[in-house]
Design a protein around this ligand. Structure first.
Ligand SMILES: [Zn+2]
Length: 396
């Protein structure tokens, strides 16, 4: 921890400046040791428990739900990484996920999912798990203002678990939409607790151009960014009562999260069903993904390689899709059927797609491309038929 670094620096300084500073250093070292012990041993727990109790009492008053029986548990970063980091996954499951990102060119061919997972969970400050609240000692400072906001955020997750039934239809799209409601609601609860100005918070969204270095992080942060903006609107409109209405009838798609008006008029989507593996896929090809991806993913898929605004417009015509990926060892095949609201929307997407593929590879015929390093080598074909565009990819 930071304590050790500080001691090393002091020792270095001592050798440079000579004996005169020894007395001063000893004094600083004593103060430091005492404060170190105060913050990082028994009293860390006492302090964390005190803040936990205070925030919980206040939170219940603001939110109007009783969750007073929950417990606080303190864990270390190592514990979290062991529990949910890259090594906690089965090797084949990691490979499946890696193939998914590489086949869709979100990452280059040398990308490691295991490392990505460690980085993501390493940032955890606190979390709600199995009905209790956990704080991560290295990332959670009970003396800070952000600690209180973080606890209120986690308490809201307990409210969601106990008083609402937030479930996905099992698709990637719905998973992300529900995650946006879960995290967005918790972020807003934290803001309200901390007395923040919600309109101002909604505007401070990070607006970084999406590229291959940050696209996975952007996907990971979607529930926090888009979810908080989505729910803050309802809170500003009618407080937690309105928020509770959303928690009772959550959006079905990421399209509804991005365009709140589509949620308000319950805009549905075209169901492209499952992909029939059929004749061209022998037993050795295992299905690693077969799901509806949704508008947000489609946007990130394009934005990783073309301008964000162009990608956003091209994806906003989304009306339903089905992605299926097959894997056999390191080889893969995929098909992605995407429906659009109009023929014009399909054409707009086709143009954006061609732009992206021209950038990533060589055009080999009217509608096919060969993708080259640093991405995984593959052949991609794009087919347009009315308001439906189908992409076919296969490793070579
Ligand atoms: Zn959360």
């Amino acid at each position: 921890m930071c304590g050790e670094i500080k001691i090393n620096l002091l020792v270095g300084w001592q050798t440079m400046k000579g004996r005169i500073v020894v007395a001063v250093l000893t004094l600083i070292a004593i103060i430091f040791t005492v404060s170190y012990a105060y913050f990082y041993t028994d009293s860390y727990e006492a302090q964390a428990n005190q803040v936990f109790k205070d925030v919980l009492r206040e939170f219940e008053k603001i939110r109007g739900y009783n969750i007073s029986d929950i417990q606080l548990k303190i864990v270390t970063k190592d514990w979290v990484i062991q529990q949910w980091g890259g090594r906690s996954y089965d090797e084949e499951a990691l490979k499946d996920e890696e193939i998914f990102y590489k086949a869709l060119m979100l990452t280059s061919s040398n990308f490691s999912v295991e490392r990505q997972k460690d980085e993501e969970v390493g940032l955890f400050m606190a979390f709600a798990w199995e009905g209790d609240i956990y704080v991560v000692k290295e990332n959670f400072d009970p003396g800070s203002d952000s600690a209180k906001e973080t606890l209120a955020h986690e308490f809201e997750h307990i409210v969601q678990e106990r008083y609402f039934n937030l479930t996905s239809d099992g698709s990637y799209d719905s998973d992300k939409a529900i995650a946006a409601i879960i995290e967005g609601d918790a972020v807003v609860a934290g803001w309200v607790y901390a007395g923040k100005n919600l309109s101002a918070e909604m505007k401070t969204e990070v607006d970084e151009e999406i590229n291959e270095n940050n696209s996975l992080t952007t996907l990971f942060l979607f529930p926090y960014h888009y979810g908080s903006t989505f729910l803050a609107r309802f809170y500003l409109d009618g407080g937690f009562e309105k928020v509770d209405e959303v928690l009772t009838t959550p959006p079905a798609t990421t399209e509804q999260i991005i365009h709140v008006e589509k949620y308000l008029r319950s805009e549905t989507f075209r169901d492209f069903g499952g992909y029939n593996p059929g004749e061209s896929n022998p037993e050795s090809w295992r299905v690693v993904k077969d799901t509806r991806m949704g508008e947000y993913f489609l946007y990130i898929f394009l934005a990783t390689h073309v301008f964000d605004s162009a990608a956003f417009n091209a994806a906003s015509g989304w009306d339903g899709d089905r992605l299926t990926i097959y894997r056999s060892g390191d080889d893969f095949k995929w098909r992605w059927k995407i429906g659009f609201d109009t023929v014009n929307d399909a054409n707009e997407f086709y143009i954006a797609m061609a732009l992206m593929l021209n950038k990533l590879g060589n055009k080999t015929s009217e509608s096919s491309w060969e993708i080259a390093e640093p991405y995984v080598k593959q052949e991609i074909m794009v087919e347009i038929n009315g308001d439906v565009v189908t992409l076919y990819g296969e490793s070579v």
